[in-house]
Design a protein around this ligand. Structure first.
Ligand SMILES: *[C@@H]1O[C@H](CO)[C@@H](O)[C@H](O)[C@H]1NC(C)=O
Ligand SMILES: *[C@@H]1O[C@H](CO)[C@@H](O)[C@H](O)[C@H]1NC(C)=O
Ligand SMILES: *[C@@H]1O[C@H](CO)[C@@H](O)[C@H](O)[C@H]1NC(C)=O
Ligand SMILES: *[C@@H]1O[C@H](CO)[C@@H](O)[C@H](O)[C@H]1NC(C)=O
Length: 487
């Protein structure tokens, strides 16, 4: 009898294990720096259709929060860097922020906020220390406000940090020698102690792509998970990929300040598909296949083997308005295109199946009209200036070296730029003129490699007119539900 029970238990355990924990536990970043962002409802639907139950935002946009309410999707809400100074200065403002952005949604059928991200990579060296002195006070004020509001046991403040807040010394470049960066080690120690006191996790963004992008000597295979690179030998522990090595460098840095078992959330990890010679579909597909398989298997890392890692992929869709200061790839991180269409096969459940993601539903496009160089244009002396103008207001990054539309002739370049601008301008009549150099066309100028896109219809309206109505309805509904909850 006991044996039968044991066997049954085993069957149940195996059955539970077989339902692929990966998708269950997988998080997704939802960024909105796009000229034509997908409607929030379509985004929430695509998350649900793909079985994603955790989402990380970069703000607390009302339309996004409304679309998420009642879905049970766990949310990491966020405070942008430009608000940190105020929140650091004034505990009252932090309390107010928590009231307006957390308490407001915190009721049955509201938004399941689990974390508040205080800033986004505030210690990037390119910020020249702008946020060095304000991030920790802002973190303290926000967590204290969450605690005072009675939700601090459920909702944790954390700071998504870039992985260059820690490293291993050049003289001993192995993960176990990891320490926080010397210039901020005191600050990082204080932050870690505060997070520990509040049972909050450390959040870090890890980008194997950037390791490759930033160093021509970086061994290509070490960016992926399928072997091939010479392993890094850390006292007998062999590291075969930079993700594990990076994660464990953080674990060592945490251990060095007395918190080696602090929970770590990977706030961003992913691979872009355009804008650099390494930003391409085949690499993205390879990277995610390896990452998702390991996540689904709860493989952990050598320093934390056989455990679940909370990971948020970056990101859901391409964002054509992101700054290209870090590189042209910055606008191409989506696992979905700008219009919510999947780019390549991807099995979020990490079972290696050759499946496509479920696309966004109900997306409407502008008419099939492109803008191209006028074949009869005689005076091309102003072509360069007009291309520059178009590319200042639209995304021309696919034209660059190593990108999908690189290598076209001057006419192709001009047409690409003109079309990108025309679409951003919602195909307004006067947006395809360029001093007589351009003409609308119904013939798709796309090539096998290079997409001349048609933008999403109604996005501007969705943002303005329609979302005002939807937002108003949302407020009323939320207020009613809140009243009910209080009552
Ligand atoms: C940081 O400093 C560099 C060099 O002085 C400057 O070019 C850059 O604009 C600064 N960045 C910020 C965010 O202040
Ligand atoms: C941060 O504080 C230190 C010490 O008080 C000061 O020297 C530094 O200038 C401050 N940095 C910024 C960017 O305000
Ligand atoms: C097309 O544009 C790209 C990116 O601006 C540039 O590198 C390339 O030289 C251009 N090609 C021609 C033929 O003008
Ligand atoms: C171009 O866009 C279409 C959808 O409009 C898509 O099916 C196709 O895969 C894209 N091609 C490339 C090279 O990205």
């Amino acid at each position: 009898m006991a044996r039968l029970a044991a066997a049954l238990l085993l069957v149940v355990a195996v059955a539970c294990w077989a339902v692929a924990p990966g998708a269950e536990a997988l998080g997704m970043n939802w960024g909105t720096q796009a000229s034509h962002p997908l409607p929030p409802k379509a985004v929430v639907q695509v998350l649900r259709d793909n079985g994603i139950k955790k989402v990380k935002l970069f703000d607390t946009d009302f339309a996004a929060m409304s679309a998420l309410s009642g879905t049970g999707i766990e949310v990491m809400a966020a405070i942008p860097n430009n608000m940190l100074a105020d929140l650091a200065d004034d505990a009252g403002k932090a309390k107010d922020w928590v009231k307006r952005n957390v308490k407001r949604y915190d009721f049955d059928g509201g938004v399941t906020i689990k974390y508040v991200a205080v800033g986004n990579e505030p210690f990037l060296q390119s910020y020249n220390g702008t946020f060095i002195n304000i991030t920790f006070p802002a973190l303290q004020n926000i967590q204290n406000a969450l605690n005072d509001a009675g939700v601090g046991d459920r909702i944790k403040a954390t700071v998504p940090l870039n992985a260059d807040v820690y490293n291993s010394p050049d003289s001993h470049p192995v993960p176990s020698a990891g320490r926080f960066r010397p210039d901020i080690s005191g600050l990082m120690t204080d932050i870690v102690k505060f997070l520990a006191k509040n049972n909050a996790p450390f959040t870090v963004n890890i980008y194997p792509f950037l390791s490759l992008y930033l160093s021509d000597n970086f061994p290509l295979d070490y960016a992926f998970f399928d072997g091939g690179a010479t392993p890094v030998n850390d006292n007998g522990v062999l590291y075969t990929n930079v993700f594990d090595a990076n994660f464990d460098t953080l674990v060592a840095a945490l251990r060095a300040v007395g918190h080696g078992d602090m929970p770590v959330v990977v706030g961003e990890v992913g691979w872009p598909t355009d804008g650099d010679k390494h930003a391409k579909v085949s690499y993205a597909q390879r990277f995610y296949a390896g990452l998702l398989r390991r996540l689904a298997a709860n493989a952990g890392t050598p320093a934390r083997p056989n455990q679940y890692i909370e990971v948020y992929l970056f990101g859901l869709v391409d964002e054509d308005l992101k700054s290209v200061a870090p590189g042209n790839f910055e606008r191409h991180w989506g696992i979905l295109r700008y219009d919510g269409q999947p780019k390549y096969p991807m099995d979020l459940a990490g079972q290696g199946r050759n499946t496509m993601l479920v696309p966004a539903k109900g997306i409407k496009y502008l008419p099939k009209t492109w803008c191209a160089l006028n074949p009869n244009a005689k005076d091309l002396s102003k072509l360069g200036a007009n291309i520059d103008y178009a590319c200042t207001f639209a995304d021309c990054t696919p034209l660059g070296y190593g990108s999908t539309c690189n290598g076209m002739d001057t006419a192709g370049n001009a047409s690409y730029a003109f079309n990108a601008y025309y679409q951003v301008q919602n195909q307004k009549d006067d947006a395809c003129d360029f001093q007589g150099l351009a003409l609308p066309t119904e013939t798709d100028p796309s090539t096998a490699a290079c997409n001349f896109t048609i933008q999403i219809a109604g996005a501007a309206e969705v943002h303005g007119r329609r979302s005002a109505g939807a937002a108003a309805a949302g407020v009323v509904l939320l207020a009613l539900l809140q009243l009910l909850a209080l009552w």
